[in-house]
Design a protein around this ligand. Structure first.
Ligand SMILES: NC(=O)c1ccc[n+]([C@@H]2O[C@H](COP(=O)([O-])OP(=O)(O)OC[C@H]3O[C@@H](n4cnc5c(N)ncnc54)[C@H](O)[C@@H]3O)[C@@H](O)[C@H]2O)c1
Length: 425
């Protein structure tokens, strides 16, 4: 037990640590920006004495974030942000090699997941790094006595920001929250290129199917949807996009994709990928219109985008064909629908999540947001904030430097031109 009375860890198997350590160090090679921040944190200790909990996908990249927070002096604890996304060897290495209390097991039940959230709150955190806002929501509902300890929270994903804004508008968010997802160096890269590549990686690892020539329906054309559609087209798929937002739908059409309502796409698709952050975007009428053997999966944050309750009600008991591949045979039509990873984030359940190079910028934002919260403690108003734009630009500049890419800078003539209004036609 630690000094705070929280048990030391709840992980699958500590003997997996050596493999986890090698993989964490492999990822680190692709995370030069975070490494620079870690070196700076080790010298300056901006998080000294801060109790911090991170609720995140327990991956090699997250391990490097936690190492950075630890280097900055934070007393850190890590729990999973999804029951299926934990890499058990990484959890083991964090405990064995870095002494971080980790509470995360791949395949843990929802009850265990929720127990870990409460255990993390027992650690009396001052900063919460959240991914989907489950910890903050539990804190607000059940631990009002701990609110005065909170310096702030940082939120990793779109769905978590939607929840934080709802908390803000209903007047219950009593501390500052940094919307990490909304930094340009986060969503433009992580959500688009990270989700684009890793979602297809998850589908391919789970099924080993060929994407070329298949009809892939991408549900939602936000940052994640754009990445998934772009990469699926790159693999030779015929991509159909469904949307509810006219602007995004025009964008998809002008990017060269077929755009249509879901009811029209349902009988055409071979593979359906949801990335909306919304509920039941593939529903009963869509499942029953699908081709025999259609594959459905989700890469949005929560496992509610596919209405699996109704699919279960309308089908014979599912048959597991391969890990993360379950076949549901509809009682009425006899056709089957193949569901991947129980409708949970396919890229993290069946693959390893985003590649390290893109998480480098996301987690640089996380580390700098934690530092920002401490530096500005007592000054920030309760509610959702962005990191200052110059931090965003600095992260991009460091990434360019690491990639060995040079760019131009404005000449004094151009600077003068851009700040004047007199000269025109
Ligand atoms: N898999 C991952 O690793 C990963 C990474 C980043 C974000 N996410 C999650 O993915 C989801 C999407 O994130 P984003 O950044 O792309 O969000 P976004 O807000 O940019 O895009 C979501 C899009 O879905 C559309 N949409 C909503 N309801 C719809 C419906 N019924 N049918 C069709 N389209 C609909 C919206 O109009 C919007 O364009 C969120 O839950 C986010 O948290 C997952």
């Amino acid at each position: 037990m630690s000094a705070t009375g929280v048990g030391n860890h709840d992980i699958k198997d500590i003997s997996l640590a050596p493999q986890g350590k090698r993989r964490i160090e492999w990822a680190e090679r692709e995370m030069p920006v975070l490494r620079l921040i870690r070196e700076k944190f080790a010298k300056e200790k901006p998080l000294a004495g801060i109790r911090l909990i991170a609720c995140a996908h327990v991956t090699t990249e997250t391990a490097n974030l936690v190492r950075t927070l630890q280097a900055g002096g934070a007393e850190s604890l890590l729990i999973a942000s999804n029951p299926l996304s934990t890499q058990d060897d990484v959890a083991a290495s964090l405990v064995a090699d870095w002494g971080v209390p980790v509470f995360a097991i791949k395949g843990e039940s929802t009850e265990t997941y929720n127990r870990h959230v409460r255990l993390a709150l027992d650690f009396s955190p001052q900063i919460i790094i959240d991914d989907g806002s489950d910890v903050v929501a539990t804190l607000l509902k059940e631990r009002k006595n701990q609110l005065s300890d909170i310096v702030g929270t940082t939120e990793e994903t779109t769905t978590g920001i939607v929840r934080l804004k709802a908390m803000e508008s209903s007047g219950v968010l009593s501390f500052p929250a940094i919307a990490v997802n909304n930094a340009q160096t986060k969503h433009l890269f992580d959500n688009r290129y990270g989700t684009g590549q890793s979602t297809l990686d998850g589908i391919i690892r789970a099924t080993n199917i060929l994407l070329a020539g298949r009809a892939v329906v991408v549900v939602g054309y936000g940052w994640c949807g754009k990445g998934v559609a772009m990469r699926a087209r790159g693999m030779g798929a015929n991509v159909i996009v469904t949307e509810i937002n006219p602007i995004k739908a025009v964008e998809a059409a002008m990017d060269g994709f077929l755009v249509m309502p879901m009811a029209q796409a349902a009988p055409l698709g071979d593979i359906f990928i949801t990335v909306t952050g919304n509920r039941h975007v593939v529903d009963e009428k869509h499942f029953s219109a699908m081709k025999d053997g259609a594959i459905v999966c989700n890469s949005g944050h929560f496992d509610l985008e596919l209405n699996l309750e109704v699919l279960r009600e309308n089908s014979h008991p599912p048959v597991t064909l391969r890990p993360f591949v379950e076949e549901y045979r509809l009682r009425e039509s006899g056709r089957s629908v193949i569901v991947l990873a129980e409708g949970r984030l396919i890229n993290l359940a069946a693959a390893e999540g985003h590649p390290a190079s893109v998480m480098d910028m996301s987690f640089a934002n996380q580390a700098l947001s934690a530092e920002f919260l401490v530096k500005r403690r007592g000054e920030l108003s309760p509610g959702v904030h962005l990191l200052p734009a110059e931090v965003d630009t600095e992260i991009a500049a460091l990434k360019l430097q690491a990639l060995g890419i040079g760019i131009d800078s404005l000449t004094s003539e151009q600077l003068e031109y851009l700040s004047s209004w007199e000269s025109g036609t």
